[in-house]
Design a protein around this ligand. Structure first.
Ligand code: UGA
Length: 432
């Protein structure tokens, strides 16, 4: 099939490359000339394991085209995926749809034969109706269909999530269009992915409801972890005990830092605005947002306590600063709150992250990037394991810090409290 993917951000680039890998010809379009130039030179604008390889093999095979020429890409394709960003609006908490509507207007100008227009961007309920309205102002209804096909890719695991999805959701009010999408996804359906067809509005809501539910699951566990710390119970055991109930399921029950990333914080806010718009108070999700914000303060209080309220001149090492491993993404990472807080209180911060130095900390005095684990931990008072990168999972702490009384705050529960105690470390973790 001939496909046009608009937006070479996370969703667009991964989906475009994966569709090409399934044998389709994919035109990936972006208005950012520099990004397109990078991609044409086999440089990735984002960090995602395995992406470079799949982009380069499909590019070489002529199945992946990078261009800024949106008109030509639309004219050359049968299916057009809208994958542009829908960030939180500056004034309200709702999703900003400026890019989506601007793309819809360009699509309208370039439709010369039947096209299926698919929104993959996370968009509020009824956005598909609005896109349809924009296009039908100038184009005959029989020449196009607007379909919703939300993405459920996780950063760092995106290729695997595309190739082996739990489900593919297609929201369409037209049988011909859903059939065409079923054909496109057939190779994945054959491998066992569920293909679920629903209404367009239904699919739009499924995406928000899923992200908000996962955020709720995490926040719920984070609060249970707080209770575990007070009652001497191990939250990991509670999670296992709960997860064995198939109705609950064992995934996304890991207590840790506040949830971050570009999606959960943005989508939880946006769905509550959608609720308010339709006079439905989504009070559970509203309290999840509050609980997650509060968690950042709570974690800083814990650090204060670990350092016996004496933060000034203390040397603190951060292992990992991204919101999760296998990504360079800093968006809404709890380290963005914690590091400036400790710095303001007079601590000297050293940080190391496998994805490299971060511009977010560049201007902060006494916040220094180190190139490896041993330099970051040398002579510090406290080691904070902030992100669960693989390389932090089997550290020899005695070798890393010669200082006798250093402390460890493991915010991802990577180590066993009993073993750490046996080895004589001053070890703190989450909910244990
Ligand atoms: C999330 C969803 O998982 C994807 O399905 C969705 O497609 C994506 O948002 C999106 O809307 O684009 P992502 O933001 O990449 O994916 O990251 P997750 O792996 O879901 O993690 C989000 C946050 O939750 C991270 O801060 C992570 O550390 C935290 N988390 C996750 C926990 O604290 N505990 C867990 O058990 C799981």
């Amino acid at each position: 099939m001939k496909i046009c993917v608009i937006g070479t951000g996370y969703v667009g680039l991964v989906s475009g490359a994966c569709f090409a890998d399934l044998g389709n010809v994919v035109w990936c379009v972006d208005k950012d000339n520099q990004k397109i130039e990078m991609l044409n030179n086999n440089q990735m604008p984002i960090f995602e394991p395995g992406l470079k390889e799949i982009v380069s093999s499909n590019y070489d095979a002529g199945r992946l085209i990078f261009t800024t020429n949106l008109g030509l890409a639309i004219k050359s394709s049968d299916i057009i995926f809208i994958c542009v960003g829908t960030p939180t609006s500056k004034k309200k908490n709702s999703a900003n749809l400026r890019h989506v509507f601007s793309v819809a207007t360009t699509i309208r100008k370039n439709i010369d034969k039947y096209k299926i227009i698919v929104t993959k961007s996370t968009v509020p309920v009824s956005t598909g109706d609005k896109i349809e309205k924009i296009i039908s102002k100038k184009v005959k209804r029989k020449l196009f269909q607007v379909v919703s096909n939300p993405e459920f890719l996780r950063e760092g695991e995106a290729l695997r999530d595309f190739r082996f999805p739990d489900r593919i959701v297609v929201g369409s009010n037209d049988k011909k269009a859903s059939k065409k999408l079923k054909n496109l996804y057939e190779p994945l359906v054959k491998k066992g992915a569920n293909f679920f067809i629903t209404t367009r509005r239904g699919a739009e809501l499924i995406k928000y409801a899923s992200n908000a539910f996962l955020a709720t699951k995490i926040s719920y566990m984070n609060e249970i972890a707080n209770l575990c710390e007070k009652t001497g119970v191990n939250v990991e055991e509670v999670a296992i005990g709960m997860g064995l109930d198939k109705r609950i399921g064992s995934r996304f029950l890991r207590a840790g830092t506040a949830y971050g990333g570009s999606c959960f914080p943005k989508d939880t806010k946006a769905i509550t605005v959608i609720g308010d718009k339709y006079k439905t108070n989504l009070s559970i999700i509203k309290s999840v947002i509050k609980s997650n914000e509060k968690r950042k303060t709570l974690l800083m209080d814990k650090v204060k306590k670990i350092l016996s309220n004496k933060i000034k001149n203390k040397k603190v090492a951060f292992l990992g600063v991204t919101f999760k491993p296998n990504t360079d993404d800093m968006r809404q990472s709890s380290s963005l709150k914690m590091i400036p807080f400790l710095q303001r209180k007079g601590a000297i911060i050293y940080y190391y992250d496998p994805s490299g130095e971060k511009k977010e900390f560049a201007k902060l005095k006494n916040v220094l990037f180190c190139r490896d684990i041993s330099s970051v931990c040398k002579g510090v008072d406290l080691i904070i394991i902030h992100t669960e990168w693989e390389e932090f999972k089997a550290l020899d702490f005695a070798k890393l810090s010669k200082r006798k009384k250093f402390k460890i705050y493991d915010m991802r529960n990577l180590y066993s409290p009993n073993l750490m105690k046996q080895k004589g470390f001053n070890y703190y973790s989450i909910g244990r």
